[in-house]
Design a protein around this ligand. Structure first.
Ligand SMILES: NC(=O)C1=CN([C@@H]2O[C@H](COP(=O)(O)OP(=O)(O)OC[C@H]3O[C@@H](n4cnc5c(N)ncnc54)[C@H](OP(=O)(O)O)[C@@H]3O)[C@@H](O)[C@H]2O)C=CC1
Ligand SMILES: CC(=O)N[C@@H](CCC(=O)OP(=O)(O)O)C(=O)O
Length: 337
C-alpha cells in the first residue's frame, strides 16, 4: 500500500481526491492537512465523507508529512505549493501538484501571469506536465508531476490531435470556455456568492487569464510550431463541469468524418478520452474522469467541442492517473467504477 497525504484537504479538489482514493486498492490515506487549528475531523469539514474515513485534518510541518507519507497530493493554491514542495521532495516524498506552480517552463512567464517571483525556478522546465493522454511515457517514476489546469486540459485535449496533424492554423484559435463555480475553489469570494452568479453568465479575465500561456506552451510543443490561442473563460451557474467551444481555421479540404478519424487515432488506447459524434454536454462527464470531444466542420472552420468535470478530469481524477503512472500501477486504477 502506498501511504498518501493530501495537502489543502479542506478544499474541493481534495474532497474529490479523498473520494477517489478511498476506492483505490493500493492507497492508504495517512495524512490530511489544513492551516486551521484544532485538528477538525475530516467528516466535519466534508459531511459527505461521514463514516468513510476516520482521520483529522492537521496543521502539519513538511517533516511530519514526510514521516507519514510516500506520495503527497498538493491541493494548495498556487504560490502556497512552491513554498512546501522543495522540502517535501528533499524529504523523499513524490509529489503530484494540483496547482499551477510547476506547469510553465519559464520563470519570467510565471512572474508575468501570476504576479509573483517563482521561488523554485530551477524546477521550471524540468518538471513533467501531467497530461497522460499526451505524455504518459514521461510521467512514470517522476518525483514531481505538475497537474494541468482544468480549462487547460479540456482545451488541449480537444485541440492537440488537429494541431499535431497540422490540420488547423496554429494561430487565431478562439477558445470560448465555460466553467461551473467549483472551479473557483471553496474559499468565499464576492464573484462566487450565490446571488452574484446564480441565473447569470459572464466572461472574466478576458485576454489575461493565466491558462493562456499554459495552453500555448503545451500546444506549441505538441505541434512543433508557435501556437497562439485567444482564451475567454465564462462563469456558469452550475456546480461543476467545463465546456470549451474552440473555433479554428482549417488548412486543408479534410472532411468532418476525417477530422473525427484523426482524433480517434490520436487517442487510440487512451481510456479517458471519448471521441463522440454528438455535441457533448457537461452532464455527460459529471463525476467521471472522461473528456468527451467532437468536431464540426462549418465552411473553412473546424469547431471543436471538449467537455470535462473540472474537479475530476480537470483536477483530482487526472492527479490519480498521474499517481498511478508514477507508482507503476494501471493508469485506470481507482478511476473506472
Ligand atoms: N477547483 C478546480 O476545479 C480546480 C482546482 N485546481 C487547483 O487545485 C488546487 C486546489 O483547488 P481547490 O480545491 O479548488 O481550492 P480550495 O480553495 O477549495 O482549497 C484549497 C485549500 O488550500 C488551503 N489553503 C488556501 N490558501 C492557502 C495558503 N496560502 N497556504 C496554505 N494552504 C492554503 C485551504 O485550506 P485551509 O484554509 O483549511 O488551510 C483550502 O481549503 C488549486 O491550486 C487549484 O488551482 C486545479 C484544477 C481544477
Ligand atoms: C471558475 C474559475 O474561477 N476557475 C479558475 C480556474 C480553475 C483552476 O483550477 O485553475 P488552476 O489550477 O490553474 O488554478 C479560474 O479561472 O481562476
Amino acid at each position: 500500500m502506498v501511504k498518501v497525504a493530501i495537502l489543502g484537504a479542506t478544499g474541493y479538489a481534495a474532497l474529490e481526491l479523498i473520494k477517489i482514493l478511498l476506492a483505490h486498492p493500493e492507497v492508504e490515506i495517512t495524512a490530511l492537512t489544513t492551516r486551521q487549528e484544532g485538528s477538525p475531523h475530516v467528516q466535519t469539514i466534508h459531511p459527505s465523507l461521514h463514516g468513510r474515513l476516520d482521520l483529522t485534518c492537521d496543521n502539519l510541518t513538511t517533516d511530519e508529512i514526510c514521516q507519514k507519507a510516500d506520495v503527497v497530493f498538493c491541493a494548495l493554491p498556487h504560490k502556497a505549493s512552491m513554498e512546501v514542495i522543495p522540502q517535501l521532495l528533499a524529504g523523499g516524498c513524490k509529489v503530484v501538484d494540483l496547482s499551477a506552480d510547476y506547469r510553465l517552463n519559464d520563470p519570467g512567464v510565471y512572474e508575468q501571469w501570476y504576479g509573483e517571483v517563482h521561488t523554485d525556478p530551477t524546477r521550471l522546465g524540468n518538471t513533467v506536465y501531467g497530461l497522460p493522454e499526451i505524455w504518459s511515457d514521461r510521467i512514470p517514476g517522476s518525483e514531481l508531476v505538475a497537474n494541468p489546469g482544468c480549462y487547460t486540459s479540456t482545451s488541449i485535449l480537444g485541440l492537440a490531435p488537429l494541431i499535431a496533424g497540422g490540420h488547423i492554423e496554429p494561430t487565431g484559435i478562439f477558445i470560448d470556455a465555460k466553467s461551473g463555480i467549483s472551479g473557483a475553489g471553496r474559499g468565499p469570494k464576492l464573484t462566487t456568492l450565490y446571488p452574484e452568479c446564480n441565473e447569470s453568465v459572464a466572461a472574466y479575465s478576458v485576454g489575461r487569464h493565466r491558462h493562456t500561456p499554459e495552453i500555448n506552451q503545451i500546444l506549441s510543443e505538441v505541434g512543433g510550431c508557435q501556437v497562439e490561442v485567444v482564451f475567454t473563460p465564462h462563469l456558469m451557474p452550475m456546480d461543476r463541469g467545463i465546456l470549451c467551444s474552440m473555433y479554428t481555421k482549417l488548412k486543408s479540404a479534410i472532411t468532418e468524418d476525417e477530422l473525427l478519424d484523426v482524433m480517434r487515432k490520436y487517442y487510440s488506447g487512451k481510456p479517458f478520452v471519448r471521441i463522440v459524434e454528438h455535441l457533448p454536454a457537461t452532464k455527460d462527464v459529471t463525476g467521471s474522469n472522461f473528456c468527451d470531444i467532437t468536431v464540426r466542420r462549418v465552411g473553412d472552420n473546424a469547431i471543436i467541442f471538449s467537455c470535462t468535470d473540472n474537479l475530476i478530469k480537470g483536477a483530482a481524477g487526472v492527479a490519480v492517473q498521474n499517481f498511478n503512472l508514477v507508482c507503476g500501477f494501471e493508469e485506470t486504477m481507482g478511476l473506472l467504477p
